[in-house]
Design a protein around this ligand. Sequence first.
Ligand SMILES: Cc1ncc(C[n+]2csc(CCOP(=O)(O)OP(=O)(O)O)c2C)c(N)n1
Ligand SMILES: [Mg+2]
Length: 886
Amino acid sequence: MPDHDVDPAETQEWIEALEAVLDHDGRERAEALLERLVTRARSRGVAASLHSTTPYHNTIRTADGAKLPTDQAIERRVRSLVRWNALATVLQANKESSELGGHIASFQSAATLYEVGFNHFWRAPSEDHGGDLVYIQGHSSPGIYSRAYLEGRISEEELRNFRQETGSNGSSARGLPSYPHPWLMPDFWQFPTVSMGLGPLMGIYQARFMKYLQGRGMADANKDRDVWVFCGDGEMDEPESMGAIGMAGREKLDNLNFVINCNLQRLDGPVRGNGKIIQELESSFRGAGWNVIKVVWGSKWDELIAQDTEGHLARLMDETVDGDYQTLKSRDGAYVREHFFGKYPETAAMVADWTDDEVWALNRGGHDPAKVFAAYAAAREHKGQPTVILAKTIKGYGMGASGEGQNITHQQKKMTEEVMLAFRDRFGLDLTDDQVRDAAFVRPAEDSEEMQFLHGQRKKLGGYLPARREKSASLEVPGLDAFKAVTDGSGDREISTTMVFVRLLAALIRDKNLKKHVVPIVPDESRTFGMEGMFRQLGIFSQVGQLYQPEDSEQLMFYREDRQGQILQEGINEPGAFSSWIAAATSYSNHDVPMIPFYIYYSMFGFQRVGDLAWAAGDSRARGFLIGGTAGRTTLNGEGLQHEDGHSLIQAALIPNCVSYDPTYGYELAVIVQDGLRRMVAEQEDVFYYLTVMNENYAQPALPEGSEEGILRGMHRIQQADDAQVRLLGSGTILREVLAGAELLEQDFGIASDVWSVTSFTELRRDGMAVERHNRLHPLDDPRTAYISEQLPGDVPVVAATDYIRELPEGVRQWIDAPYTVLGTDGFGRSDYRKALRSFFEVDRHHVVIAALTELADRGEIERKVVAEAIEKYEITTEKGAPWAR
Ligand SMILES: Cc1ncc(C[n+]2csc(CCOP(=O)(O)OP(=O)(O)O)c2C)c(N)n1
Ligand SMILES: [Mg+2]
């Protein structure tokens, strides 16, 4: 836009016309008129680049905002107590050494943002309301503990145990986790947020999941429940933080509010020293369809802003970059006068008769309860869009010379006595010098005004937060006979375990107790897994139904979107789909409605892609099924290096409450799924399942009688010889190579073998570890025996082969009291026929034979030349590099 105005009189007329509309008809009318003007202008090719940001001002003008209904003085006293105990928690934890760590500056910058929410907005679950869901910024935890302490929900001793969670300090009180962890504090924390970016992503999908439950009539109480997500401005740089804001806008998630604490700093220094984070975020969120509320300036600025009819102050505010805003607040009033107001004579004049202290007291919006209240009230009222509140604050607020607005503030865990005394005075805390020096915890008497206020406000909102529901209703789970079609086997029909899985899912959807609770989730991969039949049957969830005629509408299995759809189709978006799965898998806790999510995806794009979310799922005590489709390095054969997974089971094993299996047969899958349902849905154990399914077709045998226990514990014998010289173990599709190897050993070399299907090396290892630990710590008891040792007694050599890297079967070596050779698919995958790949990775039948013969030769049971003959007979390449080096 040209600076030079060619016709100021005409400009003035337009402005006066606008002012007149505003004065007589109000803001809405003015907005409607401007909208029309812009549309007309754009249709004529002008105004294509209208700003996506508004001036650096509060979105809600003082006169328009909702007013705080309570006495600000009491509220400030309560807030100061929360501030103090938060500070004291970290100071006490770091008194002797700074080994334990903790954060002061972040909560001090966010205290008002949280306190206004706790005092006026966030409803706890009660008879009248399902409760709001608040995703709290992880490293603000000291402030949340501090409030819970005042509420009487956390004891002084517990506060003293901040970051001492193992109980080894002799205290009988529980330790308080450094950050929000439902695993460690299951009745308190709901959402693990401290891995930056996961909170915003999970919060968005939570809000969408609530719409889903509502759409399906599963949780009517979800009406009027809101999700509030707190993030740092630095955190917004994580791709996960903003990665789904477009979805939130598109889905019109008006039950979602983000509060971004724009303290302009991250850990090392400024977030956008050379720019303005609030403006940048405003533009991105508005573009994504959000309602944006900026809370930039506090009430103390109102007078100056009202005087600024010429726009000099507004221009100065717009021009100043965040790096300078930070520096200004790390100094004093005189500095602000000189370096901010002093830039132009007009702005300098505005504060000419103000004292330096008055200039210094000009506050930022995020520290002003009145401004924050107005913003939250507007956010809650807003319909049809999600809302983001961009609140400007000061990092380390109140820390003075020990960190306020300083680059070092994030990690500051100590404060000088002088600064602590100043903190007391600044926040009007009624503490003796000794209490300050000791960083003593303080809690006024129950009948004090402060405590009455604190409890009274929470009572109005239905109780205390955060609080987590640990159990919901149990559902009745069908027995294995519900899956009879699978456990009877497929006869001569050759089908894959993926197809078996789809049959199991179909059976669950027919089950009267479970059908409503099943949530199939797909990331644009249904056809890959043969699940497209479910589109028609179950429908794909859409808040608007289907506004178009699907191309395939004449077909039986057309693409059906529906307001009550049961499938969550997340598009090519594994982090989003996983976040949906977490929302469903924790629905028992957050919504008191147990759901049974099945998320099916390419196994390679699972843990490897969204590993940190999977870890958060474990922490969240998620219950549900993850199905790694087209699994196995050589079984998914044509897709090459980036698709062929040979390690997801190792990644699954890293998560303590993730139970994983690599079944070969449909009946194994049926037994595992049924037992998973029993554990998670009927008995409400906090575990989740990862199952690999494959796309190789073969005849599926019937469930051998009595094999259930072995299947679940990790191994069962499927073939037994009279006098076996070797024992062969196999998993997944490679078990079939192992069986073929057993046949060759017999046929070509007259060697008998037993064969086991190992459904889970991970479960076998976990059992072994528990047994080993027990024996080590109970030297006088009768030693226990690991399940795998029971299955493989005595000194008979063992060979194991899987479609995964060697590390997986290696995990059980210590419990096998015989020679043990492990074959696996270490290395980058590549494309070829399955047969060629299995030969290349040395996991096929021939390599099973060679491995078994080698073990027997090592023991002198056969001659070495027999091994050489076998290598020659099977035409095995020996001079090329190992598969992992090629
Ligand atoms: C994924 C991830 N990376 C790094 C960290 C370490 N970390 C914790 S807080 C923080 C800075 C946070 O800055 P900001 O989001 O602006 O929050 P503030 O403390 O300023 O409110 C960092 C880097 C983390 N917790 N998670
Ligand atoms: Mg920050």
